[in-house]
Design a protein around this ligand. Structure first.
Ligand code: ZN
Ligand code: FE
Length: 262
């Protein structure tokens, strides 16, 4: 691995439950999805860092809302999805593009992951095994389908699942506990899931972050990656939510059920 030891990822909490991700060494920083500029400016100041780049996954305000204010302070490239119109984006990206953040010694590749929004992208740091996936894959869940179809979202999630199991999943919200409460309803006999739910309950009670997750853990416990599993299909069939054996239909039904789950 060519990564300098000092390159790290720090969560900057914002709003009610967002994580803005600061990728930095001792000198430079890149920020992923700065929905708010103030906490980013504060983090840069307190650590003595210079902003080097802004990376966006999709157009929602809680992800891109701080861009203009940051650009007033810093003259930096703004990477973002080619398929969405976002104020300030200077480097539109699509699947297969590379982002070379030379000051940080960091290379990222881009995946198209439509579903939550139509042009949503994700960034993969292949050397570091880091994934920045915005609101596509969450710890224990996935994003709502605001602009895309279940078919698109299953294809997007399949790309993320193909990453190495030890890939760290830097998603954009602390939704894990409510996601896992739903997951256990969908798959009550999954013992890995029961263990994870208990751990996450304890972590949240202590006020700890449950992000990043890993691809391996998500594969074992996230119902939106496990909709082909017989155990989940049984839950959907026996509750009358599903009446055929189309896996995408199972995914769609699961996502709809989650929307109204309390
Ligand atoms: Zn969003
Ligand atoms: Fe969001």
């Amino acid at each position: 691995m060519s990564t300098p030891q000092s390159l790290q990822v720090t969560a900057i909490p914002a709003f009610a439950d967002n994580y803005l991700w600061l990728i930095h060494d001792q000198q430079y920083a890149a920020v992923v999805d700065p929905g708010d500029a103030a906490p980013i400016e504060a983090a840069l100041r307190s650590r003595g860092l210079k902003l080097h780049a802004i990376l966006l996954t999709h157009h929602h305000a809680d992800h891109a809302g701080g861009v203009e204010e940051l650009l007033a302070q810093w003259s930096v490239p703004v990477y973002g999805p080619a398929g969405e119109r976002i104020q300030g984006v200077s480097r539109p990206l699509r699947e297969g593009d590379n982002v070379d953040l030379s000051a940080l010694g960091l290379q990222l590749t881009v995946l198209d992951v439509p579903g939550h929004t139509a042009g949503h992208i994700a960034y993969v740091a292949a050397d570091q095994h880091w994934l920045f996936c915005g609101d596509t894959l969450f710890a224990g869940g996935c994003g709502r389908l605001f602009e895309g179809t279940p078919q698109q979202m299953t294809q997007s999630l399949a790309k993320l699942v193909s990453l190495p199991d030890d890939t760290l999943v830097y998603c954009a919200h602390e939704y894990t506990l409510s996601n896992l409460r739903f997951a256990i309803a969908a798959e009550p006999d999954n013992t890995d899931l029961a263990t994870r739910l208990e751990q996450v309950q304890q972590m949240r009670a202590r006020g700890e972050s449950t992000v990043p997750s890993t691809i391996g853990l998500e594969k074992r416990t996230n119902p939106f990656l496990r909709y082909r599993e017989p155990s989940i299909r049984r839950t959907l069939l026996s509750s009358g939510r599903l009446s055929n054996d189309d896996p995408v239909a199972a995914f769609a039904v699961l996502r709809e059920w989650k929307n109204s789950f309390r």
